[in-house]
Design a protein around this ligand. Sequence first.
Ligand code: AP5
Ligand code: MG
Length: 213
Amino acid sequence: MNIILFGPPGVGKGTQAKLIADKYNLKHISTGDILRAEIQKNTELGNKIKSILEAGKLVSDDIMIEIIRKTISSDESKNGIILDGFPRTVPQAIALNKLFQELNGKINFVIYLEVDEEQIIKRLENRFSCENCGKIVNTLIDKVVDMICPSCGGRLIKRDDDQPATILNRMKVYRDSTEPVKNYYQQQNLLFFVDGSGSVNEVFEQIDKILGT
Ligand code: AP5
Ligand code: MG
């Protein structure tokens, strides 16, 4: 099974992708996580893209498609994947279709998560993630003491792009460049709408129902 989790910044893609990957034994591919790891490692690519992520702009399609090509073709992806953060432009979506054709695979579901903008901003302003295990928390709802990860005891950190001005820019970039991808998948009858405004478990139950059909 190959799934795309789609939706605006902060809607809960990373949170839900982890739960789905665990339940269905899929490889979770978060392009944001891959790019942030490159920046952390100070690679040539990492240095090239650092300012792009900090500004909340999009990394070029060529770079992103190459990253996805490598990841999807790897053995770890054989059992199926859940894509979180890709595709983000129509050319990326077209390239992904071609890639699946080459690999004799297909996209089974595109899950579109929806939450209103005000709630998203609140979520992002209160998001922290564990630098050790990657767990994502929301300090408004999760019990967090001394900025220590409730799962593994690692240090919780704030993302560089979770500053108010950058959040607004990410929303704008989403509306301008990423929203058209929704129509692309709707035309292929692959799009499933999910209300992302409930609790993490409530949202997961809705997704689970769709995937189980
Ligand atoms: P990326 O890392 O993908 O960021 P994003 O799309 O902006 O999405 P986020 O990770 O911010 O949010 P999310 O939907 O995963 O929500 P989360 O689960 O964390 O991309 C970062 C950057 O990389 C981009 O800006 C771009 O520069 C570049 N990039 C990446 N992919 C690219 C591509 N394909 N092409 C070009 N450039 C690319 O949840 C958010 C918060 O809400 C957390 O605090 C969480 O605990 C909380 N929360 C989640 N669910 C709930 C709930 N149900 N109730 C209450 N709180 C909740
Ligand atoms: Mg994410």
